[in-house]
Write a protein that binds this ligand. Structure first.
Ligand code: F0G
Length: 354
């Protein structure tokens, strides 16, 4: 078949896939690289700002790139059960890929701290969901132990190297589309798998001389959940951006390595800054992402205000998840629509703002 078949098919030569492996795919990847107009003008007209909108993956987040790899590997190794801890998106993605190949997905989530859309996805895809009275870090530690003890259950969190392999393909797509690597790549940091994966992808294309330069990696944590910025574990992480409400990232060291080798930064953004960027993306650009995703744009707004970027810089921001995932955040701090009788006069008066 010649139509698009997902990231494994497209980038097979760069991925640890055996020739006869059955590929478990939902046709993830191939997401738009949106060239911003109004947003760029609002931030700094001298910058070129591109948005890699990962919210348009099959389950609405970047996790699908990693999950096609992790589930394909587990399936071909004979496993029929997968497990993960999640702030929401990983559970939705794991559940979908498991459903697609008849596997059982077990997911541990922090009770009351995952967005409604993600919860409903995991439920409809048929995952076995266990809510814990605790946070993501505790859930991750437990699923790691379970996967160690139960050899028939495969762990599909980003500590699984196949997840990183899949997620690195986003960097390939960016270079394939632009024809060059950007000067800067900004993204939100939670468990720190994605910044690790992007950096790997950029390095591989550079080593193979497909690109001639490397970007500086810019990672942004929410202020209430910023262990890498603080330099210590945050015991009780808090942020409105529940996707990145993480106090002890599994790929902490790798994220620091990406920052240091690329000459970038890992910084923090407040919930207010995140929500401002979230609002700007939707209202100025027509791109609706979830709050955590907007941390990338909030971060470049912050750095730009400090004079960090030179004129003409090419910046790619990853928008990791779809705004539809989190309707509660969308409805917060915004005027609710007015209701009028179903009569022309009433509607006309409303249109005129009377
Ligand atoms: N953005 C979104 C929308 C996420 O769901 C996550 C992570 C991140 C950013 C951070 O990526 O962990 O690779 O640094 N979500 C995980 C989950 C933890 O369980 O869905 P990271």
């Amino acid at each position: 078949m010649s139509h698009y078949q997902g990231i494994i098919d497209r980038y097979r030569a760069f991925l640890p896939i055996e020739k006869n492996d059955s590929i478990i795919t939902l046709y993830e990847g191939n997401t738009p690289l949106h060239e911003s107009h109004n947003l760029r003008l609002a931030i700094n007209p001298e910058l070129n700002i591109f948005l890699k909108f990962e919210g348009l993956n099959p389950t609405g987040s970047f996790k699908d790139r990693g999950m096609t790899m992790a589930v394909t590997q587990a399936y071909n190794a004979g496993s029929r059960k997968i497990i993960c801890a999640s702030t929401g998106n990983t559970s939705a993605s794991a559940a979908a890929y498991a459903a697609n190949c008849g596997m059982i997905a077990y997911v541990l989530i922090p009770e009351g701290k995952i967005a409604l859309g993600k919860m409903s996805q995991a439920m409809r895809y048929g995952a076995k969901i266990i809510q814990i009275r605790g946070n993501f870090d505790q859930a991750l530690s437990m699923v790691c132990d379970i996967a160690k003890e139960e050899s028939d259950i495969s762990l599909v969190n980003s500590v699984n190297p196949f997840r990183i392999q899949g997620q690195k393909t986003a960097s390939y797509e960016i270079i394939d589309e632009l024809g060059f690597a950007p000067d800067y790549h900004a993204l939100p940091v939670g468990n720190a798998g994605n910044i690790t994966a992007y950096w790997l992808g950029y390095q591989e294309y550079f080593e193979k001389r497909i690109s001639q330069s490397l970007p500086k990696m810019l990672g942004f944590q929410a202020s209430g959940s910023a262990p890498i910025v603080r330099g210590h574990v945050v015991k009780n992480p808090e942020t409105i951006a529940t996707a990145i409400r993480i106090g002890n990232p599994a790929s902490w060291k790798q994220a620091e390595a990406a920052r240091d080798t690329s000459g970038g930064v890992i910084n923090e953004v407040t919930d207010a800054e995140i929500m401002q960027a979230y609002d700007m993306l939707a209202s100025l650009e027509g791109v609706f992402c979830e709050p955590a995703s907007a941390a990338s744009v909030a971060g470049i707004i912050k750095l730009n205000a400090q004079g960090y970027f030179a004129a003409g810089a090419n910046i790619v921001c990853t928008l990791t998840g779809n705004g539809l995932k989190d309707p509660d955040s969308a409805m917060q701090s915004i005027a609710t629509p007015i209701t009028v009788d179903a009569e022309m006069d009433a509607v006309r008066r409303a249109l005129e703002g009377k």
